[in-house]
Each structure stands twice: as C-alpha cells, then as structure tokens.
Design a protein around this ligand. Sequence first.
Ligand SMILES: Cc1cc2nc3c(=O)[nH]c(=O)nc-3n(C[C@H](O)[C@H](O)[C@H](O)COP(=O)(O)OP(=O)(O)OC[C@H]3O[C@@H](n4cnc5c(N)ncnc54)[C@H](O)[C@@H]3O)c2cc1C
Length: 480
Amino acid sequence: MTAPSTSPDPSVHDAPYDLVGIGIGPFNLSLAALADSVPGFRSLFLDAKPAFSWHPGLLMEGTTLQVPFLADLVTMADPTSPWSYLNYLRHHERMFKFFFSERFHIPRREYDHYCRWVAERLPSCHFDAHVTALEWDEAAEAFAVVHRSAAGEQTRVLARQVVLGVGTDPVVPEPLRPLLTETHAGRVLHSADYRTHRARLGAASDVTVIGAGQSGAEVALDLLRHQDGDGEGGPYVRWLARTTAFAPMEYSKIGLEHFTPDYIRYFRALPEATRERLIEEQWQLYKGVSEETLGEIHDELYERTIGGGEPRAALHPGVEIVSAEPDGADGYVLTCRHGQEESLFEFRTSAIVSATGYAARRPDFLDTLDGLVDWDGKGRYQVDGDYRVALDPRVSGALYVQNAEMHTHGVSAPDLTLGAWRAAAILNAAAGRTVLPVAPRQAFTTFGAPQDAASVPERTVAAAAAPAATAVSGPAEIRR
Ligand SMILES: Cc1cc2nc3c(=O)[nH]c(=O)nc-3n(C[C@H](O)[C@H](O)[C@H](O)COP(=O)(O)OP(=O)(O)OC[C@H]3O[C@@H](n4cnc5c(N)ncnc54)[C@H](O)[C@@H]3O)c2cc1C
C-alpha cells in the first residue's frame, strides 16, 4: 500500500517530525506559533511562496480585518504567547499609537505585516517549499512529505502527523472561465488579483464587479473612489449580485455565537442533510458585506448627487451572468438574467472583476495518498472533533485539516475568530495531551434542546398536536 515515491533523488531526513504542516496561511501559522512553546515537540511548516503574504491582491489601504484584533494567531488560545498581536506592537514600539487609535478592527495590511513578523521568526516555518507529494511510508510508519524549491531542489521529510492548511481557491462563474486567459489578463479577473491590475481598472471607462460579498463591495468602493467628487474621471462602476439584496453580514453579539466551540459541537452532531441546509441558510453569517462598507458605498454615491448630479454607477441585485463575449473592441458584452423578473438583458463593459468567492479544493499532492483517505460520498474529508481526517485504518499516522471542514463543523471554518482555538485543539490531539486547555462552552445561546429539561417522547407530542391540527380550517398544506 505504500504509494510510489515521486522523488528521484530526495535528501531524506530520517527522524520523523511530530508534526508537519503544509501551507502557512493564518491557520497553520497559528498552529506553528502555539507549537513553538511546547518543549520537545518537533514541528515543521512548509509553504510554496517565497515569504508569508496574506491575500496580497486585496490589501487595499483603509480595509480592515473583520474580526477584532484578539483573533490574532494565538490570543484566543494562549494570551501569554510571545506571538500575540500586542507583543508585535510592543516589538515595533507602537503600543501608545495603537492605544490612542482605539480600534478593535486593525488594518488588513497590518495583520499581514504582523503574520509576516511571526512567520519570519518561527524556526519551524520554511518558505519556498512547494509540497508535491504526500505518501504513507509503511516501513517508517510515517508520512513522507516531498517538497520542491523554486530552484528545483527536492526534499523528503518524515512526519508522524500532518496538518493540511492549504487554504482555498478563487471561484469564477462558469460563463467567465473561457475569458481567464492571457489575452484578457487585467480586463477579466478574480478579485484575488485586483491590486495587481488596480491602476488599469481605475483608468478604464467602465468596470463591472460581480459578487455581493465583502470583496465585491471593497472593489466597487475602491473603483468609486477613483472618480473625483463630481463623479468625473475613473470608471463607470456597475455592481452585480446574484443574491436578492446587497445584504449586511450578521454582526449582532448573539448572532456571532455561531462562531463558538459550542456551535461547532452542536453542528457536528446534526444529520448531514440538516448541516447542508443550514450552511445554505446561514449565508449572511459568512457571505454578506460589513455594514460599514455598505455605508461607505452609499456615502460615495450620495456625494455624487449633490447639486443634482447623477452617480456614474449602478447597483443590480438579483442578477446572474448568463454569458460574456468579447465585443471586438477591447470590451465585453455581458448577458444577464434577472431572477425575479425572469428577464434577460445585456450591456457592454470594458472590464470584469469577479468577486465570487473561494472554495476548498483537494490538493494535487494528495494523489499519492489516494486510496488511503476515506472520503465522504461527495468526495470531501470526513473530519472528527479533533479535526482529524478519516483514513484507512492501516495508516497509523494522523492527518488533520484546517479550513476545509465547513460541511462537518459549520460556518466558522474559514473565520479567523476560531483559528487559535482550532489550532490548540489540533495541537492537543497531536501532542497526545492537553498542552492548552480549550474550553468547549463559551456561548450564552443553547443551540440544541436544553440538557436539563425533561425530554418528551415524540409520540406524546404527536398525540397532543393532533386535536389542535384538525381544529384548524383552511388550506390542507398547513396541517402537514
Ligand atoms: C481578502 C480576504 C479577506 C479576509 N478577511 C477575513 C477577515 O477579516 N476575518 C476572517 O475571519 N476571515 C477573513 N478571510 C477568510 C480567511 O480567514 C482567510 O481566507 C485565511 O487566509 C484562510 O487561511 P488559511 O490558512 O486557510 O489559507 P491561506 O491564507 O490561503 O494560506 C494557504 C497557504 O497554503 C500554501 N499552499 C497551498 N498549497 C501548497 C502546497 N502544495 N505546498 C506548499 N504550500 C502550499 C499557499 O501558498 C498559502 O500560503 C478573508 C479572506 C479573504 C480572501
């Protein structure tokens, strides 16, 4: 069952690491930072990039993290860690500046800089290490992680346990995919690349932004700000959304309790069909736009109407792209369907930014482990309470995932709020002991039926409900 080695002449490090993390985004970096304080625990974290960077295509000035700074890499699990955001500030002698700024939501560019500060100092973090294969080495009873540098140097390390933290991939609607070629570069793109092409888009005559999430809103706002106060200059901005409204993200204190360990525990125990329905229904917990950004867009548009002006912008919710064709003059004709009116319409635009989100993917390097991962019926990981992926029982090592478990753990999977908590849970499981206590109960809300209430047998409920139901007159369907 050992998968064939793909490394012709790898330099082999014999002693297995306790843990190897693949990918150094915020989630595995959090794990690296927490593991750093565990004596004798040998860990290594690998990333393909030359250095840490966090969503560089969307690091616009003025954008902020959407969670409080306390959701840094460590604080929610270990506020005494030297890798906290506050210690980063102290190190950079910026404590007073931060104190007087009185902000809970720090600039996104600063979060990136903070993470880079941590990644550069942790001896376990290695960049320019693209993982190309993950194998189970039966003889060594360990995973073999094969990685390659940009210069082509190949290395093979052994690990008793592996954590996947490879993030997600940009998603583009089907009609736009044929346009994602060199010919259309800088004119048709995913928002993940926005900053690279920002100057060109800002100078275009007409830009269409697709997607009513935070990224779509930030791109639309940024383009509006390319117009001057009278709306002159800069592009005409068209913002389209498939959702029926440009809706705010849920930010109420009680609503945010969906991002607690309590909710994860409740969600995991639900039947699969219920979990899938909930994820669809709860889109406003993870897909909407911050109220502040919506307000800023409104403010920009309002400015344009002072003195009887018309904003050079249009906002269209409830609209889906049907097709996108080059118009032969450096632009595109977009055909759209209005869902509620069931009508089609088309318009011309000179550039398209698809801010249509990201999705978890199965990394190529898992091909060498295929047959040993016990995928669910839909080809997804089966993930337990310790974030361990179900594997063939012949594999004695453990494989964990971060940010690929929304289907089993709920909407908090991609959210930074629970990042340190989840990393601590994985660290405890990987170390085989409680290195950091993780409190399971944190919310005021009781998500399931109350544990201390007397349970009522189902048939009692049915009997009690029957007379009332028959007493109701009206359409038959209300007695379902
Ligand atoms: C623009 C943007 C802003 C966001 N802002 C917030 C926010 O304010 N609050 C919030 O809660 N959430 C936010 N999120 C959601 C989420 O927190 C982030 O997407 C976060 O970066 C996810 O972290 P990650 O560690 O899973 O993956 P990533 O940050 O994507 O990192 C994955 C890493 O894996 C590496 N990798 C992949 N494959 C390999 C391989 N084969 N070998 C080696 N390395 C590999 C990549 O190079 C990459 O560095 C935001 C998302 C986006 C897109």
